[in-house]
Design a protein around this ligand. Structure first.
Ligand code: PRP
Ligand code: URA
Length: 210
């Protein structure tokens, strides 16, 4: 049984997502919105980080309080579009390490083609959150997570902005242990495997390449 996905219903996320989807939103605002939605999703994806008690002195008193302890994080964006999510997560977790996996979808087959992989040496000892704004067929996410598991990583989450039902199912079937966080579960894929209603091509909109 796959872990139940987290699908955001927060009004701030839904409002920002509407702006993000709009075809009239330009690259600058698109990048800002991706970063903001990513931060809001990261808040949820890090909810289970363990805490430990420490003693500190405020200007008024000595007190016992909590800091994050134990598990260290690594974020792994899937190039290119996943790069748009890195700033948002690194603002919240600045000590995390960042690995990169390069994949693009073959325009004819929609199957992922690998072209780059550089992961932190100690990744097996880290909790990994894979970043990609779009989960369409699921091929890219499945491939990236398979590569990360091959490096010995046990604890993996996947964070996207928009998921298609087809991609969600495929990812859950391939990696039932991976919890998925997304801002929206959309309707379906079209004949070119693009998400409907979606937001178009995330990489092109982030980098202005169309
Ligand atoms: C997009 C997107 C995902 C992938 C999703 O990348 O960013 O990586 O497609 O599709 P899938 O779930 O069917 O695999 P794309 O291949 O367009 O590359 P880019 O990020 O370099 O633009
Ligand atoms: N990749 C995108 O950027 N958008 C889609 O709708 C599907 C794959």
């Amino acid at each position: 049984m796959a872990i139940t996905p987290f699908i955001a219903d927060h009004p701030l996320i839904q409002h920002k997502l509407t702006l993000l989807r709009d075809k009239n939103t330009g690259s600058k605002e698109f990048r800002e919105l991706i970063a903001e939605i990513t931060m809001l999703l990261c808040y949820e994806a890090t909810r289970d980080l363990p805490l430990k008690e420490v003693e500190i002195e405020t200007p008024m008193a000595v007190t016992k309080t909590q800091v994050i302890s134990g598990r260290k994080l690594a974020f792994v964006p899937i190039l290119r579009a996943g790069l748009g999510m890195v700033d948002g997560v690194m603002q919240l977790v600045p000590a995390a390490k960042v690995g990169h996996i390069g994949l693009y979808r073959d325009p004819e087959t929609a199957l992922p083609v690998e072209y780059y992989c550089k992961l932190p040496n100690d990744i097996a000892n880290r909790e990994v959150i894979v970043l990609d704004p779009m989960l369409a067929t699921g091929g890219s996410a499945i491939d990236a997570i398979t590569q990360i598991k091959a490096r010995g990583v046990k604890n993996i989450k996947f964070m996207c902005i928009i998921a298609a039902p087809e991609g969600l199912r495929a990812l859950q079937d391939a990696h039932p242990d991976v919890k998925i966080y997304c801002a929206s579960l959309d309707d379906h894929l079209d004949e070119h495997k693009y998400i409907i209603p979606g937001l178009g091509d995330a990489g092109d909109r982030i980098f202005g390449t169309k």
